[in-house]
Ligand binder design. Structure first.
Ligand code: NAD
Length: 532
């Protein structure tokens, strides 16, 4: 199918439309796919096709890699100072701030996320993240190391890695987290002299990328520094992971795909790999906790982005002495959260991102029922169009037909009476499905929490300071939240243990992912006797 160079997208509930380029972004130009491939963007709240944009083939990926290599050898990797890099990154942040509402509207149309949450949360966080790494751009320093106090010393220099392929889960970048995606593509790597080739795929993240690429060009980045090449399915990711001229890949997605990326990297040129993978994060409520607050955080933990969140607190363990009281509070939280069309300002969550994800989540709900878990809340489908994962008796319709969706109170399926071997307890669902169990002792809670191959996030609530220290030490996760959940900060590292990933994003720790330390041994006096 041949595409026009740009497309005009009407914004619901207004007279406005947003014009976007449809091409791949390579060498600061929007170009069609060499093989004419295209991807459709579908609105998950209505199941309507919004538009089509170009999709990269392997040849397009190679062109993007060549553009990045050329920029690395000429402009960005060579002649652009840290001060200038910081200026450009800050400029991009300024442009995103200028267009924050529009970015949020595109994001919402593309993946269902409420405009309010995208604008005030993810996009605001992305802007903050860019500014944070702009601050690092001229502060990358090595060390001077004394190796002999008279005739020798050593220096370290932090070299750029080179061409970096950034691959994100489409769910991640489309539905939930412009933030993480922007961190990956527009944050890390750019603060230093690395170039990026961003690949995302298939389900929907497209519109936001087209807009961000326009802003990259407007900010004045040299050609080839940032290239964006969305692709169908595994085409782009597989091509980047196995490309002999890519020096590093950063992947955000499932553990299954992460394994394939690592294998492709090993078989090609042993490129550096960092992986942000899946999770099945435990959330523990101890009897000393402020139960009202704990219920807020537990509900946020599973309902944020409708559970399409790598750190979703999808296994909840509640101390038996407060279980009944806590569950009443939790169900109340779920009932009063509005899940609606993204342009409904009251909405805290929207539909799930795609048909595939919709079917997947419902399969898990059915599996929970058939394996004998007790449905405490939710578990029935809506009848209207859209990829809704809906509650049952507790929903209160608040019809907004002009928005294309009905708007109802919270979507969550809450299962009690679970056992550790059930699929809904072991496997990542990436939807608003919460498995809940009781425990009696702290030891039991820790054992249950750690009984998983994942290790991304974990959270617990307690007002006993000694218990807080003991439990935060014992939980096997890259991030542990105490008396809160799902809070990230640009200054604090984030990443997985066990099969949830390799490497760290955010904070100064992430600098290591995009630099390569070179040691220089310097002799300024010692003579070598011969023969030695
Ligand atoms: P996924 O692994 O199924 O797909 C991600 C992307 O990988 C695809 O869109 C595709 O572009 C690419 N891909 C597919 N096959 C490939 C291959 N063989 N080689 C190279 N690339 C390939 O993930 P998903 O279901 O789209 O996303 C959800 C997953 O992402 C969940 O597991 C979630 O926990 C995880 N996630 C992790 C983090 C984190 O920071 N740890 C953040 C967000 C999402």
């Amino acid at each position: 199918m041949s595409l026009s160079a740009s497309v005009s997208i009407p914004v619901p509930g207004s007279n406005k439309s947003i014009s976007l380029p449809t091409g791949l972004f390579i060498n600061n130009e929007f170009v069609p796919s060499v093989d004419g491939l295209t991807i459709q963007s579908v609105n998950p709240a209505t199941e309507e096709v919004i538009c089509s944009v170009s999709a990269a083939s392997e040849k397009d990926i190679s062109a993007a890699v060549a553009a990045a290599r050329s920029a690395f050898k000429t402009t960005w990797g060579k002649n652009v100072t840290g001060v200038e890099r910081a200026r450009l990154i800050n400029k991009l942040a300024d442009l995103m701030e200028r267009d924050q509402q529009e970015l949020a509207e595109l994001e919402s149309l593309d993946n269902g996320k409420p405009v309010r949450i995208a604008r005030d949360g993810d996009i605001a966080d992305s802007i903050g993240c860019l500014r944070y790494y702009a601050g690092w751009a001229d502060k990358i320093v090595g060390q001077t190391i004394e190796v002999d106090n008279k005739t020798k010393l050593a220096l370290t220099r932090h070299d750029p890695i080179g061409v970096c392929g950034q691959m994100y889960s489409p769910l991640e970048l489309s539905y939930p987290d412009v933030g993480m995606e922007s961190r990956a593509c527009f944050g890390h790597g750019m603060y230093y002299r690395d170039e990026t080739v961003g690949n995302n795929s298939t389900v929907c993240p497209i519109l936001l990328h087209q807009k961000l690429s326009e802003l990259v060009k407007e900010a004045g980045f040299p050609a080839g520094v940032i290239n964006t090449v969305p692709s169908l399915g595994s085409i782009g990711g597989a091509a980047l992971a196995s490309h002999p001229d890519v020096d590093k890949v950063a992947f955000t997605g499932s553990t299954v795909t992460g394994r394939k990326i690592m294998e492709a990297a090993a078989k090609s040129n042993l490129k550096k790999v960092s992986l942000e993978l899946g999770g099945k994060s435990p959330h523990i409520i101890f009897e000393s906790a402020d139960l009202e607050q704990a219920a807020n955080w537990a509900a946020l933990g599973i309902l944020y982005n409708n559970g399409q969140d790598c750190t979703a607190g999808s296994r909840l363990y509640v101390q038996d002495t407060v279980y009944d009281k806590f569950m009443v509070l939790l169900v109340e939280k779920a009932k009063t959260l509005v899940v609606s069309h993204g342009f409904d300002e009251r909405a805290s969550a929207g539909p799930v991102v795609s048909k595939t994800q919709y079917e997947r989540v419902w399969n898990y709900i059915e599996s929970g029922k058939s394996e004998g878990a007790k449905v405490v809340f939710g578990g029935e489908k809506r009848k209207e169009r859209g990829y809704w994962v809906d509650p049952t008796s507790s929903s209160i319709p608040i019809s907004r037909p002009e928005m294309g969706g009905s708007g109802r109170d919270a979507d969550m399926s809450l299962f009690g009476g679970i056992t550790p071997t059930m699929k809904i307890v072991k496997e990542e669902i990436f939807g608003p499905v919460l498995a809940v169990a009781k425990f009696s002792t702290e030891e039991e809670a820790i054992a249950l929490a750690n009984e998983t191959s994942y290790g991304l996030g974990a959270g617990f609530h307690s007002n006993d300071a000694n218990q807080c220290m003991r439990v935060s030490s014992a939980l096997e996760a890259g991030t542990v939240w105490v008396n809160q959940y799902n809070i990230l900060n640009n200054n604090v590292p984030f990443g997985g243990k066990k099969q949830s990933g390799i490497g760290r994003e955010l904070g100064s720790y992430a600098l290591e992912e995009y630099t390569s330390v070179k040691a220089i041994h310097w002799n300024f006096g010692e003579k070598l006797d011969w023969p030695f």
